[in-house]
Unconditional design. Structure first.
Length: 274
């Protein structure tokens, strides 16, 4: 994998946001925003995508959201969409970014949508993989993947075997869940406050999707266990410039299970070829 440059950025509230980067510093920026879940981080979610984007000349930016990865993990507060979005936007602009394509998976997709609504001039294009924040919370909590994640994480008995089972929920084929990935995410999960999951507060942005005027590429797996497939229709009905790629026998991690195709479709989209 391409060597990563590590940066620690202080943001409002006394928090640190850690950002890893690869590729030419003066290249067009693509920001990969990871989802929620025990142990999530920019590197662990997008390791199979970095090289393809760097090879295409892009500046790849991999932030760890507040509460995740190597970033600050405060306790005793609600993890709101505004907290995620505002701290991330401050960190990105502190790194000199003035324009970027946002690539968001799950919660990261919801953050990308919120940032596009709050700062439309910052967005070039938008790539989403089964994005969150477009349904009411009870609908998400009823999804089997999220129900399992909320019930097990934060327990004093949370084990590396629990971690493996949670990651296996993210994919259709468990061959993608390696021992290295499980260990990497478990080491982070052990020091995460349970507030990052149980006190997450996200609004339903679905009524505002029509405000998104930039080109949008959306990916979804048919075996999705976290985000209802009904979300696809919202973008097609409300957005002016959206296209959708769906895969059968693929779960929540399209960018992992179909990495080569995800990379090729996304780079072509960024280069105005798709």
């Amino acid at each position: 994998m391409t060597e990563l440059r590590n940066n620690v950025i202080a943001v409002a509230g006394g928090y640190d946001i850690v950002i890893n980067e690869a590729g030419p510093p003066d290249g067009p920026a693509v920001v990969f925003i990871h989802g929620s879940g025990p142990g999530a981080s920019g590197k662990s979610n997008f390791r199979q995508n970095i090289d393809a984007f760097v090879s295409a000349g892009y500046r790849v930016v991999l932030p760890d959201l507040i509460g995740y990865g190597a970033s600050s993990k405060p306790e005793g507060l609600d993890y709101t969409l505004a907290l995620f979005t505002d701290t991330l936007y401050e960190a990105l602009t502190s790194q000199g970014l003035r324009k970027a394509t946002l690539i968001g998976n799950s919660l990261g997709g919801g953050i990308a949508i919120q940032m596009a609504l709050d700062h439309p001039g910052f967005l070039d294009r938008l790539i989403l993989m089964a994005p969150g924040c477009i349904e009411e919370l009870p609908i998400y909590f009823a999804m089997p993947g999220i129900a399992g994640m909320r019930s097990s994480f934060g327990s004093p008995e949370f084990s590396i075997d629990d971690q493996r089972r949670l990651i296996e929920n993210l994919v259709y084929d468990p061959k993608y869940v390696t021992d290295e990935l499980v260990k990497e995410r478990y080491e982070v999960a052990r020091i995460q406050p349970k507030d990052v999951i149980v006190r997450m507060r996200t609004p339903n942005l679905q009524p505002r999707l029509g405000e998104l005027k930039m080109p949008i590429l959306i990916f979804w797996g048919s075996a999705e266990r976290f985000m209802p497939l009904s979300g696809l229709g919202y973008f097609l009905e409300q957005c002016d410039d959206a296209r959708v790629v769906t895969f059968n026998k693929v779960g929540h991690w399209v960018q992992v299970e179909r990495a080569a195709e995800f990379n090729a479709y996304s780079v072509a989209f960024l280069q105005n070829k798709g």
